[in-house]
Write a protein that binds this ligand. Structure first.
Ligand code: GSH
Length: 296
């Protein structure tokens, strides 16, 4: 016997064939669709820098802006970029221009226009690897260090849907609180935090003694849980208990490029932390929302 009644699972039986109920009431009901492809014709804007990024300041978007800011901090002028805002709540990811760069209609998407033919890159794991290889940074070349870095990079890519689409969705966004779903995904999210915590007990950075694209991929998600109250779940998940994750996240937050990367394409939080679009390094000083408001 338990004091807490379990969710009534007998209330709904799936029909023989699933049909699309547009009015299911979930937080993302207006943008989720069971079909791919564009919904409308819309070209993407193009700026004057070699790299064009179409993104939003979500954990997936931030992975790439951190990487670009780190590359610029190391003096790679070829990493100069325009960061254009894609408002996924308004369906910008379904415009024909965006779908041409990412047929999966998810931010972020990158267009490298530095060569004779533009190269599109989508999926953050691919974008981070592409940039790391292009500039020869943040991805070790020695075989075993590289294997460790890629293992953690793809650990993040594979595990995070359970955190975001699983735990975050059912804990923070679903129209009803379903005990079974929240329990299942809270357990998995805590297990993943523990995987990371144990790794960081033995290693300064995720992939070893060097800061790599694995840290950049993992930090916005697990650092977000640990430091920024992602999904309002800090207490629920007891994130303070993951001491090594806390230590590592604090260390990364000391990095100026990480701080800048977190500001780009950001639509929430302090106005001084929001740089809606980034087209020049000086934009961090002059175009954050507080500065724009003061100028008007
Ligand atoms: N596996 C993808 C995930 C990208 C992703 O899920 N992006 C979300 C925002 S964080 C998105 O664009 N959602 C819009 C939608 O689902 O329509 C990656 O790593 O690039």
């Amino acid at each position: 016997m338990t004091d807490t009644p379990v969710t009534d699972t007998s209330a709904w039986e799936p029909p023989k064939i699933w049909t699309w109920n547009k009015e299911n009431g979930g937080r993302f009901a207006n943008i989720n669709r069971p079909i791919a492809g564009p919904t409308h014709e819309k070209d993407l804007p193009v700026g004057h820098h070699p790299l064009q990024l179409y993104s939003l300041g979500t954990p997936n978007g931030v992975k790439v802006t951190i990487m670009l800011e780190e590359l610029l901090a190391r003096g790679h002028k070829g990493a100069e970029y325009d960061a254009w805002l894609i408002r996924i709540g308004d369906g910008d990811q379904f415009g024909s221009g965006f779908v041409a760069v990412n047929p999966n209609s998810k931010i972020p998407a990158l267009l490298d226009r530095s060569g004779p033919t533009p190269i599109r890159v989508f999926e953050t794991g691919a974008i981070l690897m592409y940039l790391a290889e292009k500039f020869g940074e943040f991805l070790p070349t020695e075989v075993s260090a590289r294997a460790e870095c890629l293992s953690w990079l793809f650990w993040q890519m594979g595990s995070t849907p359970y955190v975001g689409g699983g735990f975050g969705h059912f804990y923070a966004y679903a129209p009803t609180k379903i005990e079974y779903a929240i329990d299942r995904f809270a357990m998995e999210t805590k297990r993943l935090l523990d995987v990371l915590d144990r790794r960081l007990a033995e290693s300064e950075y995720v992939a070893g003694s060097a800061y790599t694209i694995a840290d950049m991929a993992i930090f916005p998600w697990y650092g977000g849980l640990a430091k920024f109250g992602q999904y309002g779940a800090a207490e629920f998940l007891a994130v303070h208990e993951y001491k090594n994750v806390q230590r590592w996240a604090d260390m990364l937050l000391e990095r100026p490029a990480v701080r800048r990367g977190r500001m780009v394409n950001r639509l929430s939080g302090e106005p001084s932390s929001q740089l809606h679009e980034r087209h020049d390094a000086s934009d961090f000083d002059t175009k954050t929302q507080d500065k724009l408001a003061a100028a008007n």
